[in-house]
Design a protein around this ligand. Structure first.
Ligand SMILES: Cc1cc2nc3c(=O)[nH]c(=O)nc-3n(C[C@H](O)[C@H](O)[C@H](O)COP(=O)(O)OP(=O)(O)OC[C@H]3O[C@@H](n4cnc5c(N)ncnc54)[C@H](O)[C@@H]3O)c2cc1C
Length: 359
């Protein structure tokens, strides 16, 4: 874990929720009012180091902002994070990264040239063993060949990442961590967490909170499974009500697969134990693949907030007066590309408004 408090003495204060005004001595460090825009380094706090938050952070840092990113997890990645295994890694989150348009399409081509991704070509089957298998296509889809969390990590650029740092509240220009530390005096606070997780953080920002009321996320159970035999493919799309997809992992042995449930399965097993969900999924898989022997389930994860339905529909939302903005797929739309774009678009808007923000 990196140091969990931003550098810069006096910016954080333990359990002093009222101390949300600047802790800098007046006139020191931030410049006097007259020359502020010329001398001030703008500061942003970003909650969440998924692809939206990391991209926004890296773009702002590249424009000269001082950026601190707080994530409750042990590393960057969010729904693109990976599970370390004895022999490598596997992904229980998004197995694919796809792009419909530029600029993300060019970025993915560049990542593929660097050897970080490979296009999904051929070896995609759709169907079920008891009916038939057909070849399927997945246009513009890539599979990470390095850990997807590393892809997200490099987007952070010069921004500082604070891991194991769960944010409990967002206030005008300030954040409060679960342990009571308050960090304030930011020129902008950006929240990039799934909207159901953002709502409780926004109690002091009712205008933003109200805009999120209609956004719903649907869950997915993900499993890492091993089996022998089955159809020869790297990706299997199931015609089934319980299981949606199986993706052969590029690391961790060729017989290791990530298997994703349908939303309906995850909703039915939302409060079930992991063991119960694994047993049901493994038995469904045996039938779908027509396997005579059991499959091994090595890991499972319930993503309560896997994909948004009815997202807000703009790249970002902001409360300018209070200097708080929201990004991520619940705002911009489902999928990695939209999340990446939302981080980019907000960063561009903030950089364009730099003078105004510094005044
Ligand atoms: C199983 C699964 C399959 C998917 N398949 C695809 C696919 O094929 N194609 C596709 O394009 N997309 C897919 N997606 C969706 C895609 O992964 C997401 O749209 C995208 O990664 C969202 O990025 P984000 O930055 O908006 O949010 P996230 O990646 O969720 O990042 C949010 C971050 O906020 C952190 N956080 C949350 N609360 C707090 C808090 N209080 N304090 C501090 N940190 C906090 C979390 O730890 C997380 O790191 C899939 C998702 C799942 C789960």
């Amino acid at each position: 874990m990196t140091k969990s408090h931003p550098q810069g003495a006096g910016r954080g204060s333990k359990a002093d929720k009222s101390a949300t005004t600047s802790l800098h001595p007046q006139g020191a460090g931030r410049g006097s009012k007259a020359d502020k825009s010329a001398t001030t380094t703008l500061r942003a706090a970003i909650v969440g180091a998924g692809i939206a938050g990391a991209h926004c952070a890296g773009q702002l840092a590249a424009a000269g902002w001082e950026v601190d990113v707080f994530d409750k997890a042990r590393g960057a990645g969010g729904r693109l994070s990976t599970r370390r295994l004895g022999q490598g890694w596997a992904t229980l989150g998004s197995p694919f990264i796809s792009a419909q348009r530029d600029p993300f399409r060019s970025v993915l081509r560049d990542w593929a040239r660097k050897g970080w991704l490979e296009p999904v070509r051929g070896d995609v089957l759709q169907g079920r063993a008891t009916v038939s298998w057909a070849q399927a296509q997945m246009q513009n889809h890539y599979r990470p060949t390095i850990e997807p969390s590393q892809l997200v990590r490099q987007l952070l650029g010069d921004a500082r990442l604070h891991t194991g740092a769960r944010v409990a509240a967002i206030q005008p220009r300030a954040i409060v961590l679960e342990d009571g530390h308050v960090f304030n005096d930011f020129d902008c606070v950006i929240c990039s967490v799934p909207t159901p997780q953002a709502i409780p953080l926004l109690a002091e920002l009712p205008r933003l909170r109200e805009r999120l009321a209609d956004v719903r996320y649907r869950p997915i159970w993900s499993f890492l499974m091993r089996w022998e035999g089955g159809p020869a493919a790297n990706v299997i799309k199931f015609d089934d009500e319980l299981l949606n997809l199986a993706v052969r992992q590029t690391s961790g042995g060729s017989d290791l697969w990530a298997v994703h449930s349908t939303h309906e399965f995850a909703e039915a097993y939302l409060e079930a134990s992991t063991e119960e969900a694994c047993t049901r999924a493994a038995s469904a898989l045996l039938g779908l693949l027509g396997l005579p022997w059991p499959v091994d389930v090595e890991a499972a994860h319930l993503w309560r907030y896997a994909l948004p339905e009815n997202p807000v529909g703009s790249f970002w939302l902001s409360d300018r007066e209070n200097r708080v903005a929201l990004i991520g797929d619940g705002i911009a739309g489902a999928g990695v590309e939209r999340a990446w774009e939302s981080g980019l678009r907000l960063a561009q808007a903030l950089v364009q408004s730099s003078e105004e923000l510094a005044a």
